[in-house]
Design a protein around this ligand. Sequence first.
Ligand SMILES: [Zn+2]
Length: 422
Amino acid sequence: MKIRYKMNRRAWMMLSSTGLAMRPAPAQAQDAAPSPPAGDLDHVLPDELLLKDYRPKSIYKIPVSEIPKARYPAIDCHHHAQARTQEQVDEEIRIMDAARLESSVAFCPVGEGPTYRAEAFDNAYKIYSRYPKRFYVYCGLDMRGVDQPGFGPATIKELERCRKMGAVGVGELHDKGMGIGGVIVGPPNWRGTMGSGRSGGGATTRARQPSTPIKGFHPDAPQLDAIWEKCADLGMPVNLHVSDPYWSYLPQNRFNDGLMNGYSWRLDNKPGIMGHNDLIQSYEAAAKRHSRTVFIASHLANLDYDLTRLGQIFERNPNFYADLSARFHEASTVPRTTAEFLKKWSHRVVYGTDIPFSQHLFSLTYRILESTDEHFYDQDFYFNFNYHWPMYGMGLPDEVLKQVYRDAALSAFELARSKAKG
Ligand SMILES: [Zn+2]
């Protein structure tokens, strides 16, 4: 028997994190497997409980910090423009004010590869530019025809048009293995347990997968040279997401450290994709060859598990930055290592979130960065999504917080502007 579940708000938020929310979402989850109602799950004994339903609650009597406002003014360097009306932008501003978010980038929902829509930039620009001091509006890249001869000039022309209109950066772009503008195909992914609240359970959903693969270009492909140079000429930083969490590429078995999360974003079963290590190498090669172009790597360049390597990339490439977005959980699982890394590289790591604004979102990220709280969960919320580990505060010192929240972002923008021609 098949039971169908409606896509709920939490599922919607998850999809938005990948930019998928910008595409038409299926009204109903596909091929959903049934889960027992939450009340029943509370009585399932350990020998029958599934890992996906595991929702431990901390028993420790220890401090719980409430941090609704950042200690210093913050800039969100990874925010997808969700608003479609002026009122929705006004609401984002209200949440930003309450959370002490001074400003934010706004990635416009233009789509990538074959789905690019110029009017999505125009529409988003119109409503977000009403607050010029609060939003840095980014455009995308028109990658239509990436697999056709003659690709390139039209992309540059559209980039110039967006810059003229007011775009100040480019992103978020993606290469998870089929190149920028490419399309990955493969069996549908398990989308995790979402929706029945903190007691666990909920629908197991599967996202719709495209059926026709498209090969785009990896970051260091010569076909992209002119585009990256144009970004430098126009003084636009590029927010580029390359690869994905490491465990998405590993076998989905009992040895996988990020198992339930890795399974919902799995790439180990997708044919024809470039692997994690090669993608990171391609990214660095692009940054090296285009040293005037400022790259802001999304999600700690997916090197949250190997910060030493990320530090080496920073060392070799002064034009390479990274944002913290959507990696708060991974980073807070190793709080001392991450704190040491941030102390060294706070001038190159920028704050970012990646999901729709809410007070809860900001309070949680501030708690992770500022507090020394231990062993806390926020399961079913984005940052704890499908992980079974607890989180820990990093207790970052003031100087590091100032940099990560704001100054590193301003220096990245300034570096990009200083390279502009004309
Ligand atoms: Zn991303």
